[in-house]
Design a protein around this ligand. Sequence first.
Ligand SMILES: C[S@@+](CC[C@H](N)C(=O)[O-])C[C@H]1O[C@@H](n2cnc3c(N)ncnc32)[C@H](O)[C@@H]1O
Length: 271
Amino acid sequence: MNNSEFDEHAVKAFCNGMLPASVYRKMYEVAKSAPVPVIVEVGTAHAAGTVSLALGLRDSGRAGKVYTFEKIFGGSREAFGGVDENVAIIKRNISHFGVSDMVELVVGDVSETAGAVPGDTELGLLCIDADGAIDRDFALFFDRLAEGAPLVVDDIRDTARVKAMGFKGLGLAVAIDQKHRLGYRLLSVFKRHGLVDEGELCGSDTWFGCKGQGKFADIPAVEVLEVYRSLTFSDAMVSGVPLRARLAAMARRTLPEATIRRLRRIESGEK
Ligand SMILES: C[S@@+](CC[C@H](N)C(=O)[O-])C[C@H]1O[C@@H](n2cnc3c(N)ncnc32)[C@H](O)[C@@H]1O
């Protein structure tokens, strides 16, 4: 496969990729130009990013390696079964695109498994798409990146997400997700200290940038702590179909028809 044959849509579809196809295209491109052919990815899911990175390395004509970390338990992967089922899916996807020999899948929480990358290995690219705690991943890998190496960090947006999950008795159950806000604010600290350049977003919230001159070890721990503290209170919009559908059903049962018509007119912008 050469550059023109890389098909980001096929990779996304086959690997059940969670990011826009344009992001996989860009991951492929930056992997091709990585200064050292060793890549670390945190957050494999079903390997759409892994495959894009590995194909980029391969198409740069170098024998390279992608270490990819996936905890599987306690998150979105549980919908696909346990560890064995998920590992089987990941291995099938990697094999389908012919890059099994270039990928080392490391199962478990990256904070406990990072040692799978030998300590003296210089890295050519760091790709993070896990749980927003990017300070952990920077602490583990950033200082080993080669000069000017590219970085990809997903979930970078200064918003909290609150999703209505449905009613429980008289209460409304919600899921609160501050992953994007955490990533955005931590990355801002890292930019301020020159760890990374300004970079740019691809799609709505995947950041691509390059390593700067700063060192992770020089970041004052209190500045990272301040980011976590800043999440105590957040504004957010409640989203989610269950809430709207339930409220609409409740309104239909309890409100007079004339009031419902009036509400519909207000919602559609009529006076
Ligand atoms: C949004 S998904 C990754 C999507 C994937 N990059 C893609 O392109 O489809 C995030 C993944 O990170 C994994 N994850 C979250 N925290 C982790 C951790 N501490 N160590 C390893 N994997 C983690 C989750 O299990 C989940 O599969």
